[in-house]
Design a protein around this ligand. Structure first.
Ligand SMILES: [Fe+2]
Length: 191
């Protein structure tokens, strides 16, 4: 069992908290989940791994509920302090969930979805395969969704083609090259 029955109640409650935080997070969490499942299936992962990715993707930005909407919805660039606060959301989210959920693989997705393949991510600066596979998957679809939707700091989203180019340009630096390539192939073939 991925999540014990009595823990599911708490997880559902956390999902409601995300949905109520702001409109972007509500849609983002759902889209990231759908894309992450699609990519995990494309990569041939097991049903168990796919279920872990499903919950991890739905909850990946849980920590943002502790960040003020004034920062999350700020139209311009973030100042250093605001960015430092944003960079802590993987830690906030893990802290909120860890006492309620004894599934390390799901918690790892929340902790590590902003790590980068080259070690320049946040908050732990893990690199390469130190970053769990599921977090590497969520990191790519998370970036793709952020690029292709309207954001407070960028009114005109990237086209799908531009977003895929951006992901391929960052394959091997920000993203795991193999997974990034597989994702772009899958999206291109769907269109
Ligand atoms: Fe995030």
């Amino acid at each position: 069992m991925i999540i014990r029955k009595r823990q599911l109640f708490k997880v559902r409650k956390m999902l409601t908290v995300i949905k109520n935080k702001n409109e972007y997070l509500r849609g983002h969490s759902k889209r990231v989940c759908q894309l992450a499942i699609m990519l995990a299936e494309h990569l041939g992962l097991s049903q168990r791994e796919i279920r872990i990715i499903k919950y991890g993707a739905l909850l990946h930005d849980l920590g943002k509920v502790q960040v003020d909407n004034l920062i999350l919805n700020k139209p311009g660039c973030l100042n250093d302090l605001e960015f430092e606060i944003i960079k802590r959301h993987p830690i906030f989210g893990t802290e909120m969930l860890q006492e309620h959920l004894n599934n390390k693989e799901i918690l790892d997705i929340i902790s590590y979805h902003h790590e980068r393949w080259d070690g320049n991510g946040y908050p732990y600066k893990l690199r390469g395969e130190e970053i769990p596979l599921a977090a590497r998957i969520v990191s790519i679809v998370d970036a793709f969704d952020a690029m292709t939707t309207v954001r407070p700091y960028r009114k005109v989203p990237f086209t799908i083609k531009e977003a895929l180019e951006e992901i391929l340009n960052n394959a091997g630096s920000q993203f795991d090259r193999e997974i990034a390539t597989a994702f772009c192939q899958k999206i291109a073939e769907k269109r």
